[in-house]
Design a protein around this ligand. Structure first.
Ligand SMILES: [Zn+2]
Length: 442
């Protein structure tokens, strides 16, 4: 049994001062005023539940700081992403993903949803284990000390033309299983474990024919089901041309929308799209630092919440891995778009960071500091140059990932005094990224 003595902890939607969180076997067993004696670990700051990063493509981390030259557009970014994807093999993917997940742990992330489509060899043939690349992600998360939901992504088509989906392009061939039946067969062989759940993802209306979406949704019954939705205006236009429907309407007709489904980005929506998503009680996963990096636009987060959706957050392409910044950006982008402050309460932002994110990844027993929950605790210092003087209940509007000092995941401390148990994560990232790009150039 370990006693975590929290100076301030986020419990039941408010900050509670001087409280002991008692942990045994990875679970919270009691919460009471600070007066116990015994094996005490002091968490001197604001203690939040573990953060869930509900949308990640781990390998995109290697694109950070490399896509801004020559006025880089979304499409030049995408060419760089394809070149990178082509250079990855299981061993190099492991090194990159492990370092990326360790960076996430340093930012307070205790669970990641990996939207995984890098399935096969560069020529599209399967590895000896057809799930070798997914297994690499399992190992990477385990070594970084965080939980994983593998959102195995169906990716079958090369875009949308006027008459429906286009054939897969050569640079996308390693993403594809060839048919939805082959995808079902492959993902059905992946076993969950104590640290990993398996869910499904539909890449987008661009990459999955609508008949296949129904098969994927059926397979995913009782599991998380994620999809990219209306990230770009061009996607909506192509979808209307092909089907006479918006991407949301296509997903609704195919049976994709429901409380276990998470629509990622949800940027360019009509008011009837928002109603459909709200009626389905779907989760909308916003990735504000990616959406601004790629010039996607600002999605209707407040309107979705008011319509009945829940909101979660993801760092997606990892231009930034700082979920505190994602949460703050949810509010700040709304302020810019609406001309109003206070669009979300701090409690709503924390809920997106923690409880909703975990639920959208299939971990309903994580994401709050409560008895019986997984012992995931994130301590943010209130003594840094950024946070000094802030009220604890508003520190989220001042802090950054650099203020995350202690992280406990499933009762195990994976970040201590701002250092990850694996050691020097920056060197791990640099080595993995440089090695990958040198293979991409070769
Ligand atoms: Zn994405």
């Amino acid at each position: 049994m370990t006693i975590y003595r929290c100076a301030h902890a986020w419990i039941d939607g408010q900050v509670v001062d001087e409280v002991d969180v008692i942990v045994a076997d990875g679970r919270i067993t009691a919460i009471q005023p600070a007066r116990l004696v015994g094996d005490i670990v002091r968490l001197d700051g604001l203690v939040l539940p573990g953060f869930a990063n509900a949308h990640s493509h781990a390998f995109h981390r290697a694109l950070r700081g490399r896509t801004h030259a020559d006025g880089g557009t979304f499409w030049t970014w995408r060419q760089a992403m394809y070149a990178l994807a082509a250079a990855l093999e299981p061993q190099s993917y492991l090194e990159l993903a492990r370092a990326t997940y360790a960076e996430m742990a340093l930012a307070g992330i205790t669970c990641v949803g990996e939207f995984h489509y890098l399935h096969h060899r560069g020529d599209g043939t399967p590895y000896d284990d057809p799930n070798a690349m997914g297994e690499v992600l399992r190992q990477a998360a385990r070594e970084a000390g965080i939980r994983l939901t593998l959102l195995d992504t169906c990716y079958l088509a090369g875009g949308l033309g006027a008459d429906g989906v286009l054939p897969i392009a050569p640079e996308q061939v390693r993403f594809s299983d060839g048919s939805v039946q082959a995808w079902v067969e492959r993902v059905s062989a992946i076993a969950a474990d104590e640290g990993m759940r398996v869910g499904a993802a539909i890449h987008s209306v661009r990459a999955v024919p609508r008949e296949a979406m129904t098969t994927i949704a059926e397979w995913a019954t009782g599991r998380p089901l994620h999809a990219h939705l209306s990230e770009q205006v061009a996607e909506n236009q192509a979808c209307r041309q092909a089907y006479g429907l918006s991407p949301t309407e296509v997903m609704a007709e195919a049976g994709v929308l429901g409380p276990e489904s998470t629509m990622v980005h949800a940027t360019h929506l009509s008011s009837s799209d928002i109603l459909l998503l709200g009626e389905a009680r779907a989760v909308a996963c916003f990735c504000p630092t990616t959406e601004r990096d790629l010039a996607d636009g600002i999605g209707p987060a407040r309107a979705l919440l008011d319509a009945g959706c829940s909101l979660s957050l993801g760092s997606d392409q990892h231009a930034v891995i700082d979920l505190i910044e994602e949460a703050r950006a949810l509010e700040m982008h709304e302020r810019l778009a609406s001309g109003e402050r206070g669009r979300f309460t701090p409690g709503e932002l924390i809920s997106a960071l923690t409880g909703v994110g975990h639920r959208s990844l299939g971990w309903s027993d994580a994401g709050s500091i409560a008895v019986g929950q997984r012992a995931d605790l994130v301590c943010i210092t209130l003594d840094s140059v950024r946070t000094a003087g802030a009220n604890p209940d508003q520190a989220l509007l001042a802090a950054s990932a650099a203020d995350v000092q202690q992280v406990i995941c499933d009762g195990r401390q994976i970040v201590r005094d701002g250092r990850h148990v694996l050691g020097d994560v920056a060197t791990g990232l640099r080595d993995a990224i440089e090695a990958t790009w040198s293979r991409a150039r070769a």
